[in-house]
Design a protein around this ligand. Structure first.
Ligand code: SF4
Length: 72
């Protein structure tokens, strides 16, 4: 895990499996936001720095629907 710290990755949310719990937005509000039209979470950046808050969001997602490029 330490080796990935600071690396930039693309993140994809499988919104079909998202249950809109809000955890990702609580853990990393700079990275995840609610799309006001779809009422689904989305990633705010094309490439995300994999800091602890982003890692926590990925781990804490109850349906494991946040996917990190190269880590599936
Ligand atoms: S943590 Fe997972 S299930 Fe919850 S809102 Fe975010 S993407 Fe959806």
């Amino acid at each position: 895990m330490e080796e990935n710290k600071g690396k930039k990755r693309s993140i994809y949310i499988d919104t079909f499996h998202c249950k809109m719990c809000g955890t990702c937005m609580e853990e990393s509000p700079e990275t995840f936001t609610m799309n006001e039209f779809t009422q689904l979470p989305e990633v705010t950046k094309e490439e995300v720095e994999m800091d602890d808050s982003v890692r926590m969001a990925v781990v804490m997602c109850p349906t494991k629907c946040i996917h990190v490029e190269g880590e599936d």
